[in-house]
Design a protein around this ligand. Structure first.
Ligand SMILES: [Cu+2]
Length: 392
């Protein structure tokens, strides 16, 4: 039973007890038939028969080239991720040793369809095959890493089958049985799990329904653009004189950082890895009339997304697409180790702010992004019908 039907059932019981069930305000039907039953031919399709394709991953906040509606039976999608230990200035004068999937915090967003297979080649260290250059002089990796895909089933999300030491490579193949945006993160065991996650070892993987996204009435939704907001909490230690402590390596940083983590209060919270990443470094753009898919994940902490000046026209509960989306939300949820997915069709030009509506986290920290929207202003929707005037 989903959240909505539970709510309506509870309402029905209350109305029934009050003798109000015949007053014409009974619960709506909850759009019977919204769910699409799985096609046995797709569910039972064999991996050996799947077409093999390679997906080139890109750095967030963007998504790799993909089709919104599956164009045939399930595929086997090959992806590659290299884990890089590196030092990054996450805010002016604040340095963090990160573990970064594909040299990016957050990691890239692979995109597949439900019932596809993902064939991941995971490499502990930077490699020339990865297609990026590590230019921060960070040197070779020194720690064990792995990956736990929340979208996968078994072996701690694949974490047990992907533990690799520096220089090693492993291949894991798993089937995407659920549709939605799912967190993945490094999970080497014990306190290494949060340490690797709060130093950037996380990202999200998008599993689209084979028929694409649908609104609450079952009507297909096509998005013109998709942006991924990977939110990251950091726990940076300080020197005795109050300045931010800078460490020599990913391992050297750990002891002091664990002490800050133990307080459960992040020193920094940002989108896309660093302060100003999506307000200054990268310009997100859209046009009036375009529908934008806004994807959001947080591997370690809750968040409450909000689009200032817009709405979640449709918001999928917990970012999972086989649940009927909620309509017209102002703010919505990201649970720790979870995600959110929402669409908004822009109706006015201007600068919109997508943020964590814990406003301290958004403005004192930096969990926010700008979306620059071009187009014609609509006075019917909003107009300053009288400018500011002195009245005293
Ligand atoms: Cu790791």
């Amino acid at each position: 039973m989903n959240r909505r039907s539970y709510r309506f059932t509870a309402l029905g019981i209350i109305l029934g007890v009050l003798g109000l069930s015949g007053c014409g305000m009974g619960p709506p039907s909850d759009a019977p038939g919204w769910k699409i039953p799985p096609d046995p031919a797709i569910v039972n399709f064999k991996r050996a028969d799947a077409e093999v394709v390679t997906q080139t991953l890109v750095a967030p906040p963007f998504l790799p080239e993909h089709q919104q509606v599956a164009d045939g039976p399930p595929k086997l999608v090959k992806i590659r991720m290299d884990i890089v230990e590196r030092e990054v200035e996450i805010a002016p004068g604040v340095f963090v040793w990160q573990m970064a999937f594909n040299n990016s915090v957050p990691g890239p967003v692979p995109v597949v369809h439900q019932y596809d297979w993902v064939e991941l080649t995971l490499h502990n260290g930077a490699s020339t095959e990865a297609g990026f250059t590590v230019n921060d002089g960070s040197g070779p990796n020194i720690m064990l890493h792995n990956v736990d895909f929340h979208a996968s089933t078994g072996a701690l999300g694949g974490g047990e089958l992907t533990k690799i030491i520096p220089g090693q490579e492993v291949v894991l193949t798993w089937r995407a049985m659920k549709a939605g945006l799912f967190v993945y993160h490094c999970a080497p065991g014990g306190v290494m799990v949060p340490y690797h996650v709060v130093t950037g070892g996380n990202g999200a993987l998008l599993v689209l329904p084979r028929e694409g996204l649908r609104d609450g009435y079952g009507k297909p939704i096509h998005y013109d653009r998709a942006f991924y907001f990977g939110e990251q909490d950091y726990y940076v230690p300080k020197n005795p004189d109050g300045t931010w402590k800078r460490s020599k390596s990913f391992a050297d940083q750990m002891g002091d950082m664990l002490k800050v983590m133990d307080g459960l209060v992040p020193t920094h919270v940002v989108f896309n890895g660093k302060t100003g990443a999506l307000t200054a470094d990268i310009r997100l753009e859209a046009k009036v009339g375009e529908t934008v898919l806004m994807l959001h994940s947080q591997a370690n902490y809750p968040s409450w997304p909000h689009l200032i000046g817009g709405h979640g026209d449709w918001v999928w509960p917990y970012g999972k697409f086989n649940n009927q989306p909620d309509e017209g939300l102002e703010s919505w949820d990201v649970v720790a180790g979870g995600s959110a997915a929402a669409v908004h069709t822009f109706k006015q030009p201007g600068v919109y702010v997508y943020l964590n509506h814990n406003l301290i986290v958004a403005f004192v920290k930096d969990a926010k992004a700008f979306i620059h929207v071009e187009g014609e202003w609509n006075n019917e929707l909003m107009e300053q019908t009288s400018p500011p005037t002195m009245v005293e």
